[in-house]
Design a protein around this ligand. Structure first.
Ligand code: PLP
Length: 395
């Protein structure tokens, strides 16, 4: 089909040309004497994206799921009691992993469209006076439902109970896009991946850990090999890796981190909020609802849009793909057919969001939904033109 294929799934996201070109290099010797000149500053650049000044980062040649596993295996022991919540496909999968690895998982099941039940966590932690719970897990941004949760609130719940449990956060679809502050929020393990806010292809599991997580590691008894912190630390400290690193991805990561720091994290968060607000203005104008049940849970990186009864969201997605060369995210598991998702994270600006909205609109009209042409796009344009971009210029 002529023209660009438009990618509006919530990861992999659009890749800046600078990042793509940075990866277009010939193979390199990952044991060369000057390799650490590249890797050591890179570790620092990545750490700054997490706002982690006291711990360290690990870059695994895996996807985000690998970093989930690394966090568990390196800081906990089989049979440890942990507190989790499930309200979408990704929070579900992390619970499933924890159970399969042999943790004693206490799960709060919430409706899909809700977020981390902070008050319930607070109550449970207060009641746990013997400190049986070793870690509290929270999915910062549930990509399946477009729900962001209050991680600061989870830290406050731990502090109010004077509870020493580790705080484990899935930031795969939040870090590098929306507000995240590992130091200030006392996050012990912050999990991410390369293909969302970091604007790279999939292939890196990025894990940022606090000094407390490194301390817990000393007593953690899960067996581990590929993801071992010890093996990573021993080699990373010299600027190398315990196995062949994904050097091209690291080259891309170097440039994407430079772009992130040049734009500034606060400006990036503001840009994502502005673009997401435009999408939400469109959803309102269409007369549709988001899967996220309350404003406080609205995600600035992905919107899961509910289609009216009698329609199948998969028809909207397949029309967008086959007729307009555009990809939207499908509904996963429980919300399959009920929602289509617009990913609005990463390397993105107003024009790109307007394209997403116009294709969504055309696709919904094509499948017979009662949508007035231009209504959503118009509302987004009104939002974009009546508010000021904070950074002045998109990257
Ligand atoms: N957690 C969240 C919130 C995600 O959105 C994803 C993937 O989309 C994952 C975890 C899993 O990451 P990966 O697919 O990189 O393994």
């Amino acid at each position: 089909m002529a023209g660009f294929n438009h990618l509006f799934i919530p990861g992999p996201t659009n890749m800046p040309e600078q990042v793509r070109m940075a990866m277009n290099v010939s193979m390199q010797d990952m044991r060369a004497p000057d390799f650490p000149d590249f890797t050591k500053p890179l570790f620092e650049k990545v750490r700054r994206v997490f706002k982690n000044t006291t711990g360290r980062v690990f870059l695994y040649p895996s996807s985000g799921t690998g970093a989930w596993e690394a966090a568990i295996q390196n800081t906990l022991s089989p049979g440890d009691k942990v507190l989790m919540s499930r309200f979408g496909q990704f929070s579900h999968l992390w619970v499933d992993m924890a159970q399969r690895l042999g943790l004693d998982v206490e799960v709060f099941d919430c409706e899909w469209g809700e977020g981390v039940p902070v008050e319930k966590y607070a109550e449970r932690l207060k009641a746990d006076t013997s400190h049986e719970i070793k870690a509290v897990f929270a999915t910062h941004n549930e990509t399946a439902t477009g729900v962001s949760s209050d991680i600061k609130g989870v830290r406050a719940a731990l502090d109010a109970a004077n509870h020493p449990a580790l705080l484990m956060v899935d930031g795969v679809s939040s870090i590098g896009s929306i507000e995240f502050d590992q130091d200030a929020w006392g996050v012990d393990c912050a999990v991410s991946g390369s293909q969302k806010g970091f604007m790279l292809p999939a292939g890196l599991g990025i894990l940022s850990v606090s000094k407390w997580a490194l301390e817990a590691h000393k007593h953690a008894e899960f067996p581990r090999t590929f993801f071992s912190f010890d093996d990573m630390i021993a080699t990373n400290d010299q600027g190398y890796f315990p196995y062949t690193p994904a050097t091209q991805l690291l080259k891309g990561l170097d440039v994407s981190c430079d772009m992130i720091h040049k734009e500034g994290l606060e400006n990036i968060w503001a840009r994502h909020h502005r673009l997401a607000s435009g999408v939400r203005a469109a959803v309102d104008a269409w007369g549709l609802k988001l899967c996220a049940k309350e404003t406080k849970w609205h995600s600035d990186t992905v919107s899961a849009i509910l289609v009216p009864e009698g329609f199948d969201a998969r028809d909207v997605i397949s029309t967008g793909y086959s007729k307009y060369n555009t990809s939207f995210g499908t509904g996963l598991s429980k919300v399959m057919g009920r929602v289509f998702r617009i990913g609005h994270l990463g390397w993105l600006n107003e024009g790109m969001v307007s394209t997403a909205l116009s294709v969504a609109e055309m696709s919904m009209i094509d499948v017979g939904m009662n949508i007035k042409a231009g209504s959503g796009v118009g509302a987004a344009i009104e939002h974009f033109t009546s508010t000021q971009a904070k950074s002045g210029k998109a990257i």
